[in-house]
Design a protein around this ligand. Structure first.
Ligand code: KG4
Ligand code: ZN
Length: 371
């Protein structure tokens, strides 16, 4: 087990105000977050500008377009976050910017901006791991602190982790092919529902019959804690082709049945991970399951996981929907958590397009594994 290793430990500072900057994918975001001496968080501002319109015509995120869009609006978004919070740069205790994982050119835009502000105002820089930010978000709006079992489900990642503490992550499982958000996006694309796919599939599924198509529950019953969604995606494609021309009801039923299969597969994997968590965490540790990342917004998944946690004696925690997808409040919060431990980074910190939370975890078997 390893974490995002600290570069320059400094004396711990309990209370702080931190500016966060996020540019790892297709959201340009800046936020200011306060953390009090007791470790309680407060969002002072949280600005997110999505680039969906720029990418929609291409059916996915185009890295060059993303980087240019970040560069064009980041200064303005940082200014809006600062004035929205009512703080000046000199009031900040640190500047936190996402340094990875993500799209290289977008990361560079955000990290350079963070470095420039830190340098100009003599503030410490915190180079934040985007996955760590998702993993710690729950602590920004609730009292929950590690250790907990975490399901991290986004457009690029699908992982089960034991969160032992800030910077201390143990990966239990990952996907051997597509990430779950990617499976939603591809399903939406093949059904002609547009981009980003997750919210579109969820909306279409509301009028659908989840029992009409018995899609496979990938990996269900398997001992290893990995995920797989490529086979499910193929099953959806084959079914959609067989139904041509698709009616609105067909699309709704395919989406509802897809979500039911996803929920079934994910619940099976988590049930197994819960047993591992109970074995590995110290005896008597309260049993918490946290779900984070963009797909955590999905209500069908939340309902399935609520049922699972109720039946297994775990408590389910999901951040507010606005904090599930990419945002900078979570980056500022991860920065504040690290700063409280005296963890800051040097100004020559380089972006890390690949940056696993648990570098010691063995790669999963399969092509296209997400770190
Ligand atoms: O965490 P996130 O905003 O960005 C990444 O770090 O990847 O996650 C984006 C992913 C996309 O694949 C999007 O389709 C998916 O989260 N997503 C959803 C929902 N809202 C966003 N998937 C299922 N249901 C949703 N309601
Ligand atoms: Zn994310």
């Amino acid at each position: 087990m390893t974490g995002a290793a600290p570069a320059t430990p400094q004396p711990a500072r309990p209370a702080s105000v931190v500016l966060g900057i996020e540019t790892s994918c297709d959201e340009t975001a800046a936020a200011v977050v306060a953390r009090d001496a007791a470790g309680k968080g407060r969002i002072l501002s949280n600005i997110v500008r999505s680039q969906w319109e720029e990418h929609r015509a291409f059916g996915g995120v185009v890295p060059e377009i993303a980087a240019r869009a970040h560069a064009e609006c980041l200064d303005e978004i940082v200014s809006a976050a600062m004035s929205g919070a009512g703080v000046l740069f000199e009031d900040l205790d640190a500047v936190a910017a996402t340094a990875g994982p993500g799209l290289n050119s977008g990361l560079i835009v955000g990290l350079i901006t963070g470095k420039a502000i830190a340098l100009a105002h003599g503030k410490p820089l915190i180079a934040v791991n985007h996955l760590e930010a998702h993993a710690l978000t729950v602590g920004l709006t609730s009292e929950l602190a590690p250790p907990y079992l975490l399901l991290l489900v986004s457009g690029g990642h699908t992982q089960l982790l034991l969160v032992h503490g800030v910077g201390r992550y143990e990966r239990l499982g990952t996907t051997i092919d597509d990430a779950l958000g990617e499976a939603f996006d591809k399903t939406a694309k093949l059904l002609g529902l547009g981009f980003p796919g997750g919210p579109a599939v969820e909306a279409a599924a509301r009028n659908g019959d989840p029992a009409r198509f018995p899609f496979p529950r990938p990996m269900a019953g398997r001992a290893e804690l990995h995920f797989s969604f490529a086979g499910l995606k193929t099953a959806v494609r084959v079914r959609a082709q067989a139904l041509q021309p698709l009616t609105d009801q067909d699309i709704a039923d395919v989406c509802a049945s897809f979500q039911a299969a996803v929920a079934g597969s994910v619940a099976d994997r988590i049930a197994r991970a819960m047993s591992v968590a109970v074995e590995r965490l110290p005896a008597g540790t309260p049993r918490h399951l946290v779900v984070a990342g963009g797909v955590a917004a999905n209500q069908a998944l939340r309902t399935a996981l609520q049922d699972l946690t109720d039946s297994k004696g775990f408590t389910l925690h999901v951040p507010p929907v606005a904090l599930c997808g990419d945002n900078a409040a979570m980056i500022a919060w991860a920065g504040a958590e690290r700063l409280a431990l005296g963890l800051t980074d040097p100004l020559d910190f380089s972006v890390r397009p690949r940056w696993p939370l648990d570098a010691s975890a063995a790669p999963a078997i399969g092509a296209g594994v997400k770190a």
